[in-house]
Design a protein around this ligand. Structure first.
Ligand SMILES: C[S@@+](CC[C@H](N)C(=O)[O-])C[C@H]1O[C@@H](n2cnc3c(N)ncnc32)[C@H](O)[C@@H]1O
Length: 276
């Protein structure tokens, strides 16, 4: 029997679409997509084109190129970010941060520069609350990411119990509320932690950054790896310029700055000190 329903066709993908899309993503967000992501990228682009009722991925890409301010640009970028993160990821960084924060004068400010869904920023906040005698006084944390969906999740501060497995029992008691009823199995960050952090959407490649602040410590972890070397070097120069003298930069376990810049010197395992 023939069905009276026909599924709408997926938009056509042509040979040059992947290369065109990766060049656009790279120009706008710095992110490089390897060939191994081709199938996934083509499917994603086709879905976006379909959502906009376009019959070709080429039409979708042309629309973005011709409309640099279209809200769809944000959807395009969100679709290609990799948001993998965890509470207390690379735990030694938080031990270093705690010891460092005790020695620094106030005000103390820390930037989580690609915060994804917030786990990194909340881990920084817990570390500072647990190590500083008066953490509500002159301590600020800025947490930003290019991905609007990730930043919204970070702001909401809701996680599954599984996600907070790396958080100590004491910290769970102090900083998380357990959900009940339909929220069973979930936790929410308590206001005492949440209020220490300002979350914002920010593209690290934007021509200027909308703050005057200087930072004692910057976490820019597991993000440089998505950029090419010239972009990494430029970004490191800019990060150095927004650091206070003696400030620390924390990067991911596979990120090595040694041949990229002299703005930072290696201090410890994936921890760098600004040289100015
Ligand atoms: C793998 S996550 C790292 C999260 C966290 N820093 C960590 O190490 O657990 C990489 C993050 O970089 C963000 N990102 C990629 N390009 C960016 C850009 N140009 N500006 C700001 N954030 C960017 C992505 O949205 C993603 O959330």
């Amino acid at each position: 029997m023939n069905s009276i329903f026909t599924l709408p066709a997926m938009p056509d993908v042509e040979t040059g679409d992947f290369a065109r899309a990766t060049a656009m993503l790279h120009r706008r967000a710095g992110i490089l997509l390897g060939q191994h992501k081709r199938d996934m990228a083509e499917r994603t682009l086709a879905m976006r084109a379909k959502t906009l009722r376009m019959d070709k991925v080429g039409t979708y890409l042309a629309y973005l190129e011709q409309n640099p301010d279209a809200p769809e640009w944000q959807e395009f970028i969100n679709a290609f970010t990799v948001n993998h993160t965890a509470f207390f990821r690379e735990r030694h960084h938080f031990d270093v941060l705690g010891r460092f924060a005790k020695k620094r004068s106030r005000p103390l400010s820390v930037w989580s520069a690609a915060c994804s869904t917030g786990e990194e920023a909340y881990s920084i906040a817990m570390t500072l609350r647990d190590t500083l005698p008066n953490p509500d006084h002159q301590v600020s944390i800025l947490a930003t990411d290019i991905d609007t969906v990730a930043v919204a999740a970070a702001r909401a501060g809701m996680y599954t119990l599984e996600r907070i497995a790396p958080v100590s029992e004491q910290q769970r008691k102090n900083y998380f509320l357990r959900g009940t009823g339909s929220r069973a199995g979930m936790v929410r960050v308590k206001p005492v932690l949440r209020s220490m952090i300002e979350f914002d959407v920010l593209n690290l490649l934007a021509p200027s950054w909308p703050f005057e602040q200087r930072f004692d410590a910057i976490f820019c972890r597991n993000t440089l790896i998505y950029f090419d070397k010239p972009t990494q070097t430029r970004l490191l120069g800019r990060l150095a310029r927004v650091m206070k003298p003696g400030g620390l930069l924390f990067v991911g376990h596979s990120e090595n700055l040694t041949y990229l810049t002299d703005a930072f010197r290696l201090k410890g395992q994936t921890v760098y000190e600004v040289t100015h």
